[in-house]
Design a binder for this molecule. Structure first.
Ligand code: SF4
Length: 410
């Protein structure tokens, strides 16, 4: 017997089969990774439904797959509808995504489907440097056509020192006003230090950080994840494909061999990269940019089938991470930034290159690059990066990549 799923109208077997084929279509550039001691991922969910996990001390059960809103949500209303239908009930957006347009698209969806707002665990974020947080949060809520968000993040911090007592007071005020339920921050830089710091602050409910097969085995990262678990800080993973800033377009023999192995198990290497992140039980949800139905379907299938990676598959991802780390920027920005006397936030520029080359999003790459201080953009090619290259644990060709960034993104 192969019963039809109530949500999708298709049987689990058909769904996985269809998605397997769709997954083939999206299998492309990318790498792979692993975790030391994979144990039970999500809470056991009925077959064919989206598993949920508790987001730390918030106590809220969130879907293990989370819709990253860095795409044109205004013109992709069907995708929002379908993600809800398939159980992706955590949605993530930000003021910075499309300069408010991502929030606006989600708001239009809630306006047309008011009952949906109750089902969605909604997250938005603000970059703090421009100030006026309350005023800007009010504008975000207006665009989102809601009176509150479930989780609010200070966007993209680079060090825990940025989480000052002023933010603690502001978060308490916003909670009191009913505008936010929970509070935390997101980070792509110095993630392990930021996480360890969050674990020491009792007013941080959750953190979203870059976390993937490339960085998950770092002992410092593993320790920080455990510290957050101990203090109840909920964790959300992002940048889970582990894409790098380099220009490599062709798949290496190692990648093809690995992809082939996964296909024999019925999923793509990209789906395997999601699965390996879910092997970390402390990760409540994985935020993925899913700008079209094909990717949404492939990712939903990976979450729903609950098939765990075999130990040797986890190991092959880990091996692949080692082989490709010279093309991956691990976000340890304090190392290279210090080596260039603070002149250039190297890993921020690397992120722009990744958006351009790995995500295939030149506009987003240029927008993010344009958000860097003018002085950084002007002196990008004038700085001596030799010390930074020596210090970089992944041995990235920093000077060459900075030159490419100046040419491509200016
Ligand atoms: S360039 Fe190297 S040192 Fe700098 S953040 Fe990336 S991996 Fe770390």
């Amino acid at each position: 017997m192969n019963p039809k799923n109530k949500e999708t109208g298709v049987s689990r077997r058909d769904f996985v089969k269809t998605v397997g084929l769709a997954g083939l279509a999206v299998a492309g550039a990318g790498a792979t990774g692993a975790l030391a001691a994979p144990e039970p991922p999500a809470a056991a969910a009925p077959p064919g439904t989206m598993p949920k996990r508790k987001l730390g001390k918030t106590g809220v059960e969130v879907s293990v797959l989370n819709l990253g809103g860095m795409f044109d949500t205004i013109n992709n209303q069907l995708l929002l509808k379908q993600s809800l239908k398939w159980g992706v009930t955590m949605w993530d957006t930000a003021e910075a995504y499309g300069n408010g347009l991502s929030e606006e698209g989600m708001g239009r969806f809630f306006a047309r489907n008011p009952e949906a707002r109750q089902e969605i665990f909604l997250v938005t974020k603000l970059v703090p440097k421009e100030g006026k947080l309350t005023e800007r949060l009010d504008k975000s809520l207006k665009r989102l056509q809601t009176d509150h968000v479930d989780l609010f993040f200070i966007h993209a911090i680079t060090g825990i020192g940025q989480m000052t007592p002023a933010f603690k007071a502001w978060a308490a005020e916003m909670k009191q006003a009913g505008k936010i339920k929970f509070f935390g921050f997101s980070t792509h830089t110095n993630m392990a230090d930021c996480l360890a710091g969050a674990a020491r602050l009792d007013w941080i409910d959750a953190v979203m950080m870059s976390y993937n097969f490339q960085v998950m085995h770092d002992p410092k990262m593993q320790e920080a994840v455990k510290a957050c678990e101990k203090s109840g800080v909920g964790l959300v993973a992002m940048k889970t494909m582990g894409g790098g800033p380099g220009a490599k377009k062709t798949a290496s023999p190692a990648k093809l061999e690995m992809a082939e192995k996964f296909l024999k198990r019925g999923f793509t290497d990209k789906q395997a990269k999601l699965k390996v992140v879910w092997e970390t039980p402390q990760i409540a949800s994985l935020c993925s940019q899913m700008p079209n139905l094909t990717i949404l379907m492939a990712n939903v299938a990976a979450a729903r089938d609950q098939v765990k990676l075999a130990r040797e598959e986890v190991e092959s991802l880990r091996q692949y991470a080692l082989e490709t780390q010279c093309d991956y920027c691990a976000g340890c920005g304090s190392i290279c930034q210090e080596a260039v006397g603070g002149a250039v936030p190297v890993n921020e520029v690397m992120r722009c290159l990744m958006y351009h080359r790995y995500y295939g999003e030149p506009e987003l790459a240029r927008e993010t690059f344009a958000g860097l201080p003018e002085s950084v953009r002007q002196q990008l090619t004038a700085v001596d990066y030799s010390r930074a290259e020596q210090a970089c644990p992944n041995r990235l060709a920093i000077a060459q990549l900075m030159r490419q960034a100046a040419e491509m993104l200016a």
